[in-house]
Design a protein around this ligand. Structure first.
Ligand code: ZN
Length: 291
């Protein structure tokens, strides 16, 4: 890791244009030499600026010696929903000067927290471990042991399987997410404050902040392992159908709250996907998500 040059910031009551340019150059230098793509910032094709992530904001805080202070406002809403708004004030550690403020909010009403993805449940062991069997292995459905299932097999069209409601359902365990919501609001406020205080919004944006967080999982233990399927594309037993892959790609994308334009582009890509390229597309979208 490169040594970070500290900008002398004491006793400056007003920045000259030269100071501002120097500061931007410093931030660019830090970005180039002390930050990593996908760790401190993220770049998404089709967006103008890289997005500053939590670790990047912390790095800028270290560089400029800025310490965050948080004020938290929380509200509990109907049906166990939770909202919080956080104000972040950045203070210069050496001088106590207030450099800037930022706000961020988050709530369980946001799509990615409000809903979860429901997969097919095994009628025998009640786990979300049902997959479609490969045609050459007799088709039908299988409760996949590698996902923690019981190994039971079901014929094609079994009503106990095919009549299940799958896809987006409301999340029943909202309370499990309160801490995540609070952290997210703090992070948003911190990044916002950092962009304002250091004038780094010339270089970074905050638009697509959650690109490095994972898709919302069913909070009931680790039954839902959507990623497993993608990590074992050559597994002998399983094969997602083309339609299932498209659905998965769509759900992964949907969970991200990316800007509308980018969402539409990817959504069109998914709609026009062929059997040949859907696997790679799914991988790209997953990488967008995981950062
Ligand atoms: Zn089972």
């Amino acid at each position: 890791m490169n040594e970070i040059q500290l900008q002398p910031t004491t006793e400056i009551s007003q920045f000259s244009s030269d100071d501002v340019l120097k500061q931007i150059a410093l931030i660019q230098d830090i970005m180039k030499n002390a930050m990593k793509d996908n760790e401190h910032y993220g770049v998404i094709p089709g967006t103008a600026k890289p997005t500053l992530l939590k670790a990047g904001a912390e790095k800028l805080g270290l560089t400029f010696r800025l310490e965050p202070e948080y004020q938290i406002y929380e509200q509990f809403l109907e049906k166990n929903h939770y909202y919080c708004r956080v104000q972040c004030t950045l203070k210069h550690i050496l001088t106590g000067q207030r450099w800037g403020d930022g706000v961020g909010s988050c709530s369980t009403m946001e799509t990615k927290y409000k809903y979860r993805s429901q997969n097919r449940i095994c009628p025998k062991c009640n786990q979300e471990t049902i997959i479609q069997g490969k045609a050459e292995y007799g088709g039908g459905f299988l409760c996949w042991a590698k996902r923690g299932g019981c190994g039971a097999k079901f014929p094609d069209g079994d009503v106990e399987i095919v009549n299940q409601k799958i896809g987006r359902v409301e999340n029943e365990d909202l309370a499990d997410q309160y801490n995540t919501i609070l952290k997210m609001a703090k992070k948003r406020a911190h990044v916002d404050a950092m962009l304002t205080a250091t004038a780094a919004s010339d270089i970074f944006t905050q638009d697509i902040e959650e690109m490095n967080t994972k898709v919302q999982k069913n909070s009931k233990s680790s039954k839902t392992k959507e990623q497993t399927t993608q990590q074992n594309p050559h597994d002998q037993e399983i094969k997602l159908t083309f339609e299932e892959k498209k659905t998965q790609a769509y759900q992964t994308l949907k969970a991200k709250n990316v800007p509308e334009k980018l969402f539409n582009t990817w959504n069109n890509n998914i709609k026009n996907a062929t059997e040949k390229n859907i696997t790679n597309m799914l991988k790209s979208i997953t990488q967008l998500v995981q950062g």
